[in-house]
Write a protein that binds this ligand. Structure first.
Ligand code: S3P
Length: 167
C-alpha cells in the first residue's frame, strides 16, 4: 500500500469532502494543504492572493508538499492549481497514490456559481474561466493520476468505495 493518498482535481471536484470521508474509512490522518497554508499565515486564501499574490501562494504549496515527503498514512486534499508547477508534480508523485476527481465545466459551474472563496473565479464569466483553466490543467491532472474518478453522478460513499478498493 502506498504511504499517502493524494486527491487532485479542479476546484469544486469534491476533494475536501472525499478526503475527510476517506480518512475516517481508512483511519488515515486528514490533511488539507489550503487549510494548512491558511493556518500558517493566519490569512484566508482570498486574502493571501490579494495581499501577497498567486506566486507567493504557489510557493507556499510547494513548501507544504516538501514537508510531506517523509510522512505516511495521510489523506491529502490539494488545491486545484497545485499541479501547475513542475516541482510540485515531482513532489506529488513521490508522496503517494494520486487520485484525480473529475467533473465537467458545467457541473463545476453549478457547484461554484455562488461561491466567493475562489479568487481565480472572481470573474464576470465564471463558466468561461472554468473552461479555460480546466483545459489548461487537464493534461497535468491526467499525467499524474494513478486513478481517475468522474464524480458527476456518484455519491460520496461510492467515490470513497472506489478509492478504498484500489489501494
Ligand atoms: C485554486 C484552488 C483552490 C485554492 C486556491 C487556488 C486553483 O483550492 O487552492 O483558490 O488554482 O485552482 P480548491 O481546489 O480546494 O478550491
Amino acid at each position: 500500500m502506498k504511504k499517502n493518498i493524494i486527491l487532485i482535481g479542479f476546484m469544486g471536484s469534491g476533494k475536501t469532502v472525499i478526503a475527510k470521508e476517506l480518512s475516517l474509512r481508512l483511519k488515515y490522518h486528514y490533511l488539507d494543504i489550503d487549510h494548512v497554508i491558511e493556518k500558517k499565515f493566519k490569512c484566508t486564501i482570498p486574502d493571501i492572493f490579494k495581499i501577497k499574490g498567486e506566486a507567493f501562494f504557489r510557493e507556499a504549496e510547494t513548501q507544504e508538499l516538501s514537508e510531506l515527503k517523509n510522512k505516511s498514512k495521510n489523506i491529502i486534499s490539494t488545491g486545484g492549481g497545485i499541479i501547475l508547477k513542475h516541482e510540485n508534480r515531482q513532489l506529488l508523485k513521490s508522496i503517494g497514490f494520486i487520485v484525480w476527481l473529475k467533473a465537467s465545466p458545467e457541473v463545476i459551474y453549478q457547484r461554484l456559481k455562488h461561491n466567493k472563496t475562489r479568487p481565480l473565479l472572481k470573474t464576470a464569466d465564471k463558466l468561461t474561466e472554468i473552461q479555460n483553466l480546466l483545459s489548461a490543467r487537464m493534461p497535468f491532472y491526467q499525467s499524474l493520476a494513478d486513478l481517475e474518478i468522474d464524480t458527476t453522478d456518484k455519491t460520496i460513499s461510492e467515490i470513497v468505495n472506489l478509492i478504498a478498493g484500489c489501494i
